[in-house]
Design a binder for this molecule. Structure first.
Ligand SMILES: NCC(=O)N[C@@H](Cc1c[nH]cn1)C(=O)O
Ligand SMILES: [Zn+2]
Ligand SMILES: [Zn+2]
Length: 480
């Protein structure tokens, strides 16, 4: 038995023993509806930061620093809306050990019972081996996983194999506003010793095999606002005699993307890096098929049927999704209203070599042009709400080697190397500002339903995931 194996055996046994406490920790975290995109819930995002602060203190942190980010910039309804703080913390400062920065986010996507959840989204329910609740997999489960690991070390009296610097943010689901600046400011201060970054905030590709992730798409999120009459109107009185904002909006939004997912804005696809032969050959060895996609989607509505096409369109081509319309009638029944002001939301997932600023220009000019063609007298604006860069790295370094060993140790299988269709806006900033390698080490499965109804994290993924994160620290700490 190697010395790491000798250490990991009791550590894993401790993690198994503490399982009820770990589930309670996640239950407490999920109970705080820290939805960053809902201005009315901003106090709950702050409450979640307090919760983390208390947990870190109980675990014996050497330092906890709460960084205030000031007021959220427009577009926002409340001009005084405070940004949630960045929670920084340190465990250990041994100059003979590596220092790993662990990033996670404590905000979540919105969730309402009436969206179709089988149970209250903010009450964690354990059913059929699944921990169901908003944030269970994205990203409260993995964040609690790191805290669980610290607790297991502490209770065993086991020394941490690396120094840890935590960086937890509360705006990831809303563009990570303020975090880029903070990282740049702290690169030579709080983050001075950091030589490696680990993020657990994505998912296995499918449901059977763990993965290590070396790429993410970026995300530019836009809104189109159209304002017409002074108030919502009766469609029997005004229908057919005024220009309706909603009709204009639906018209413009329908020009952005076709039903096969092709982006129709000229110049966007032209920015995408060509597929090389080497890259085209990578897809064949990855375990995934269309059935897994259908299962995760809960429908047979895939545009592509081959593994390679699906993965390429998820990982290395851009996509444009239409998300919603603020101000539109969306209740049950048949209200005969003409909404006075509507705001359409859509985003573009970006990939190498797209230029974010050029993309904004192309999108805004295209929307203006399409609206002009309507010859409507309504007021029209298109603006960027937030953006986050794509990221692709080389998965052959000490971090990925250690993560492979950790995964094999816990799951008994070699992980696939994958990219991810989603975004973690801050990843590239960590890499650039800290000059550090970044590893994405996911905990949950591809069918967890992040951002969807009935989001879940399988209980074994939570517990074995806590072991994987712990083992990673030990294997990485032992690299020369
Ligand atoms: N788990 C990562 C994640 O869900 N990231 C979000 C980030 C985002 C970007 N704009 C809004 N949210 C994602 O949607 O990929
Ligand atoms: Zn998310
Ligand atoms: Zn996330």
């Amino acid at each position: 038995m190697s010395s790491i194996d000798t250490t990991l055996s009791p550590l894993f046994a401790k993690i198994d023993e503490l399982k009820p406490q770990f589930i309670q920790r996640l239950t407490d975290a999920v109970a705080i509806p820290s939805v960053s995109s809902d201005e009315t819930l901003r106090p709950k995002v702050f409450a979640m930061a307090d919760f983390l602060k208390e947990e870190l203190a109980k675990l014996g942190a050497d330092d906890i620093t709460i960084k205030d980010l000031g007021i959220q910039p427009p577009p926002v309804s409340d001009p005084e809306l405070p940004l949630p703080p960045i929670v920084l913390s340190k465990f250990g400062s041994d100059p003979n050990k590596k220092t790993v920065l662990i990033y996670g986010h404590y905000d979540v996507q919105p969730a309402l019972l009436e969206d179709g959840w089988a149970s209250d989204p903010f009450t964690l329910v354990e059913k059929d081996g699944k921990l169901i609740g908003r944030g269970s997999t994205d990203d409260k489960g993995p964040v609690m996983g790191w805290l669980n690991s610290l607790q297991a070390h502490k209770e065993l009296g086991l020394e941490l194999p690396v120094n840890i610097v935590f960086c937890f943010e509360g705006m990831e689901e809303s563009g990570s506003i303020g975090l880029d600046t903070l990282i740049a400011q702290e690169a030579k201060k709080y983050f001075k010793e950091v030589e490696s970054v680990c993020i657990s905030d994505n998912y296995w590709l499918g449901t059977k095999k763990p993965v290590l992730t070396y790429g993410l798409r970026g995300c530019n999120y836009y809104q189109i606002s159209i304002k017409g009459p002074g108030a919502d109107l009766h469609s029997g009185i005004f229908g057919g005699v005024i220009h309706e904002p909603m009709t204009d909006l639906v018209n413009v939004m329908s020009k952005l993307v076709d039903i096969n997912g092709n982006i129709l804005i000229p110049g966007v696809n032209e920015m995408v890096a060509p597929v090389t032969e080497k890259e085209a050959s990578l897809y064949k060895d990855i375990e995934f098929d269309v059935d897994e996609l259908n299962l995760a989607a809960g429908s047979n509505t895939a545009i592509y049927q081959s593994k390679k096409d699906i993965l390429m369109h998820r990982w290395r081509f851009p996509s444009l999704s239409l998300h919603g319309i603020e101000g539109a009638f969306s209740g049950a029944g048949a209200k005969t209203v003409i909404p006075a002001k509507v705001v359409g939301k859509f985003s573009i997932r970006t990939v190498p070599d797209m230029d974010s600023k050029k993309l904004d220009e192309l999108v805004i000019n295209f929307c203006n042009e399409k609206f002009k063609e309507l010859k409507s007298p309504n007021q029209f604006t298109t603006e960027l709400i937030h953006d986050g860069a794509y990221w692709v790295s080389d998965p052959f370094n000490n971090e990925f080697t250690a993560a492979k060993l950790a995964t094999e140790k816990v799951w008994g299988v070699e992980p696939d190397l994958t990219r991810e269709g989603g975004s973690i806006p801050i990843t590239l900033t960590f890499e650039k500002e800290l000059g550090a390698n970044v590893l994405l080490l996911p905990m949950g499965k591809g069918d967890d339903g992040a951002h969807s109804i009935n989001e879940k994290l399988n209980t074994p993924n939570y517990i074995e995931g806590t072991k994987t994160l712990s083992a990673y620290l030990h294997y990485f700490g032992a690299t020369k």
